[in-house]
Design a protein around this ligand. Structure first.
Ligand code: NAG
Ligand code: NAG
Ligand code: NAG
Ligand code: NAG
Ligand code: NAG
Ligand code: NAG
Length: 251
């Protein structure tokens, strides 16, 4: 679902720039176009996008703020302006911003510090990578380690247990040979933040990012109540339609 939202946002932005070059005065019409487009995407071949929220801000003024589709697809509960959405891998930008703030204050470390110096227990499948990997390598997806996402989807690894299991995950490419996306490396990056900041990751995120930006309605997944009604449920696309994903998987 996350990817679809970004895809839509991308198209909307592209669309916006095209419209603005052809007729810069018709912003009112543009918001109608976006509205129509969002509905079309949502209806696209059997609701591949379950729900989305869209805001258009022009020069500090909100000109369009709407939610579309269902927060709960099975129970047909409509998404509203209050519905919270999972931002999926957009959270990686929060992690790196947090690291930048913490590193800025820390005289001993930079993004190019070796992770092993900060997390002495770090053990990756490959010894060279274990001893040479830097914070920058972790957050730029260049460790050579492949995704191993089934380890949490099916294997039940959690944020508490993954760290000592990561040594059994093999690399696909050599260290710094290729860009290869890896969520676990961001797990290690969050441990680095905890070591630098001396507090649990979710506390640091709250104190260093959400509070200063006054993001009062943004919550972290650790705080979501599974039975909660104020957030959009997570789905993945199957041939039979959207299938719900267990929130617990992401803790
Ligand atoms: C919006 O589009 C209509 C035609 O669909 C046009 O008559 C109108 O002038 C447009 N409004 C603006 C502000 O461009
Ligand atoms: C809709 O789905 C059908 C059957 O899966 C496919 O043939 C068609 O190309 C799809 N159309 C769009 C616009 O994706
Ligand atoms: C944006 O808003 C400011 C203050 O409200 C105003 O002075 C400025 O002219 C606006 N710019 C555009 C491009 O509308
Ligand atoms: C990796 O390093 C450890 C010591 O840190 C050593 O015991 C182990 O044999 C090394 N493994 C390989 C494959 O070199
Ligand atoms: C990782 O590589 C080692 C050595 O090549 C191999 O013994 C092991 O089975 C591999 N592990 C996985 C999970 O593929
Ligand atoms: C710098 O990072 C280290 C972790 O390696 C941490 O122990 C230390 O408290 C940090 N210093 C400051 C000033 O944040």
């Amino acid at each position: 679902m996350g990817y679809w939202c970004f895809y839509l946002l991308y198209l909307v932005l592209v669309h916006q720039s095209i419209c603005q070059t052809t007729d810069p005065t018709s912003f009112e019409n543009l918001t109608k176009t976006i509205d129509k487009y969002a509905k079309e995407v949502l209806a696209c071949n059997g609701s591949e996008v379950v729900s989305l929220a869209l805001t258009v801000v022009k020069n500090g003024t909100t000109v369009l703020a709407k939610s579309y589709g269902y927060a709960d697809y099975v129970k047909k509960i409509k998404a509203t302006d209050e519905t919270k959405f999972c931002i999926a891998s957009c959270s990686k930008a929060f992690t790196t911003t947090l690291l930048a703030k913490l590193l800025d204050r820390n005289k001993s470390h930079t993004f190019d510090s070796k992770v092993k110096d900060i997390l002495p227990d770090l053990l990756l499948g490959d010894n060279y990578t274990t001893y040479h990997v830097t914070i920058r390598d972790l957050v730029s997806h260049r460790t050579g380690m492949s995704r191993h996402d089934f380890a949490w989807v099916l294997g039940g690894l959690t944020r508490d247990t993954f760290f000592r299991h990561i040594q059994y995950m093999n690399a696909t490419y050599g260290f710094r040979d290729q860009v290869i996306y890896n969520n676990w490396m961001y797990g290690i990056a969050s441990r680095v933040a905890e070591a630098l900041g001396g507090k649990p990751f979710q506390v640091l995120l709250q104190e260093e990012i959400l509070d200063p930006l006054d993001m009062k309605r943004t919550t972290q997944i650790y705080d979501l109540k599974p039975e909660g009604k104020d957030y959009a449920k997570f789905y993945y696309v199957t041939d039979e339609g959207p299938k719900e994903v267990d929130v617990q998987l992401y803790r």
